[in-house]
Design a protein around this ligand. Structure first.
Ligand code: MD3
Ligand code: FE
Length: 206
């Protein structure tokens, strides 16, 4: 389903076995060193979703090779199989011509509990215009897809469920977006996750 030019939602893209395998990998990546951390913004704010990074460490508002706002350890490597998954996602959502020449080399994994949210923002810290791939696991959330010019209206609210794929490329790459709410207790029992997890795959352009 196309939400805007370059923004494509593919419900149920990950089958249950893939969801379980991805969750197990995320739990492994979340362990120290350079594991799950709370992100603090320069203005003194705290992000309610906690995060772990692969390949490059994101901190507001730049990338580093070490967990500069965590324990300072080197960032875990970005595995080849995640890059393959990203290229397959872009091909399925936007077609083979949209797959970037440069390799996918960043994963940002956000863990949401029942009260976590993400305010409206743009992802502009990458030096490449390659599509961003988003994979969701666990609880359903409300995902707000806005416009490039402002953080406010007009925007479209979409329910993102566990197993869903969303790809943001072309004119949607710099659109504002956020997660105003998570619906607790909506993850399937077979997954064994209380809360929501989102994995974004990106090209750093470095
Ligand atoms: C639209 N994550 O990590 S995923 C983020 O659910 C982020 O954790 C949210 O926003 C989450 O930066 C939303 C959907 C998403 C991800 C990246 C985008 C939408 C995007 C990049 C550009 C445009
Ligand atoms: Fe974002």
């Amino acid at each position: 389903t196309s939400v805007a030019p370059g923004a494509v939602h593919v419900p149920d893209w990950l089958d249950p076995a893939r969801q379980r395998a991805l969750l197990a990998a995320c739990r492994d990546w979340a362990r120290p060193p350079a594991g799950l951390r709370t992100v603090r913004t320069p203005g003194g704010g705290t992000m309610t979703a906690r995060q772990v990074c692969l390949g490059w460490h994101w901190y507001p508002y730049a990338y580093a090779r070490t967990a500069v706002d965590g324990d300072g350890a080197p960032v875990k490597p970005f595995p080849d199989w995640l890059g393959e998954l990203a290229r397959r996602a872009v091909t399925d959502a936007l077609g083979p011509d949209a797959v970037p020449a440069a390799p996918y080399d960043i994963a940002l994994i956000n863990f949401y509990d029942a009260d976590a949210r993400m305010g409206m923002h743009r992802d502009a810290d990458e030096r490449a215009d390659a599509p961003v791939v988003s994979l969701s696991l666990g609880d359903t959330c409300v995902f707000r897809f806005g416009n490039t010019a402002t953080r406010g209206k007009p925007y479209t609210d979409v329910e993102l469920r566990g197993g869903d794929l969303f790809v943001f490329g072309g004119p949607s790459r710099l659109a504002h977006h956020g997660v105003p709410r998570v619906h607790p207790g909506t993850a399937p029992d077979w997954l064994g996750l209380s809360g929501r997890l989102n994995i974004t795959l990106r090209v750093s352009g470095r």
